[in-house]
Design a protein around this ligand. Structure first.
Ligand code: UFG
Length: 317
């Protein structure tokens, strides 16, 4: 298939681009490089530099694309609380420009990178796709609004859309891994300290209602996540919008993650308790039963493999 990958210079977008190329697809990456990296675009993909608003219609128009995989977004919860306008503009505004460009160009399939942040604080665990969506920050709210727009474009314009709601993505795929200018995620932060960046891991809160008092998250390997996109692409049906959670179905606490990082790196990583981080739910674990049943997807790589791959990636840089 001829595929447009928006945000293909970012972490998940670059890994999915690589997997698509390996599967024999033709890949064009559209990325404004505001947070992505030109050298993360896999060899064999063509990079078009630009925003969706300015370039999506030009790129898609009359070019015979079969589908779009849409990753381009701002994705920092904290930043979204400080700059909600930026998130509504970059996430929702640019996605609407993309959907319009698809409609005009007659491209009918899209796989969208959604998030667990659309659910907000869960009422029960594991989280099902049918659970209430009450995002607690503009990041989650802007992604949920895109899911809503996709449902409308499916109903009214015959687009086939699949939204994949990621839980905590980790790990690396060879030379493709997490390279955020401001790193807020747990695993890369712990590994940087293991590498000798100095300081101690700050574990945000140890008085949550969880077995060891630290927050529990559902970690998923970026390669497992990537494979789900290829299955979702095949499953896009005109006129239908579907939502699938993507997690492993099991939770790991912050303390457990730090311990696995110590085991994998063989280093004595200092860690201390710090105050809770605003807006962190105690437990976020996905039910992935729906995607397992519908698309036959299963996670194959455990937390140790995620840490191992992220560690190899970090040391290679
Ligand atoms: N944490 C620490 N110390 C750190 C970094 C994180 O204790 O230095 C804790 C956090 O408080 C949280 C857990 O580790 O309890 C995981 O935090 P991350 O920042 O790695 O990930 P989040 O669960 O906050 O966020 C992830 C995605 C978001 C998405 C969200 C959905 O990164 O994009 O899941 O709930 F919105």
């Amino acid at each position: 298939m001829k595929l447009l990958v928006t945000g293909g210079a970012g972490y998940v977008g670059s890994v999915v681009s690589a997997l698509l190329l390996e599967a024999g697809h033709e890949v064009v990456v559209l990325d404004d490089l505001s947070t992505g990296h030109e050298d993360a675009v896999p060899e064999g993909a063509r990079l078009v530099r630009g925003t969706l608003r300015d370039t999506a219609s030009e790129v898609l128009g009359g070019a015979g694309f079969d589908a779009v995989l849409h990753f381009a977004a701002r994705s920092l919860v904290g930043e979204s609380v400080e700059k909600p306008g930026l998130y509504w503009d970059k996430n929702l505004g640019e996605s609407l420009a993309l959907l319009e460009a698809m409609r005009v160009a007659g491209v009918h399939r899209i796989v969208f990178s959604s998030t667990a942040a659309t659910y907000g604080e869960p009422e029960s665990t594991p989280i099902l796709e049918t659970d209430p969506t009450r995002p607690t920050n503009p990041y989650g709210a802007s992604k949920l609004a895109i899911d809503t727009a996709l449902a409308e474009y499916a109903r009214l314009h015959g687009i086939g859309g699949v939204s994949l709601r990621y839980f905590n993505v980790a790990g690396a795929y060879g030379r493709l891994g997490e390279r955020h200018a401001v790193e807020t995620h747990l695993i890369p932060n712990v590994l940087k300290i293991a590498q000798g960046d100095g300081g101690a891991v700050k574990m945000f809160g140890d008085d949550y209602p969880t077995p060891d008092g630290t927050c529990v998250r559902d970690y998923i390997h970026v390669t497992d996540l990537g494979r789900a996109h290829l299955l979702a692409l095949e499953a896009c049906e005109p006129g239908r919008h579907e939502i699938f959670n993507l997690g492993s179905g099991t939770g790991s606490s912050v303390r457990e993650v730090v311990e696995v990082c110590r085991e994998v790196t063989g280093r004595d990583i200092p860690a201390e308790t710090a105050p809770r981080r605003a807006g962190d739910p105690a437990v976020l674990v996905a039910s992935s039963d729906r995607i397992q049943a519908r698309l036959g997807w299963k996670p194959e790589r455990d937390l140790r493999t995620m840490v191992d791959d992220a560690w190899t990636f970090l040391r290679s840089r």
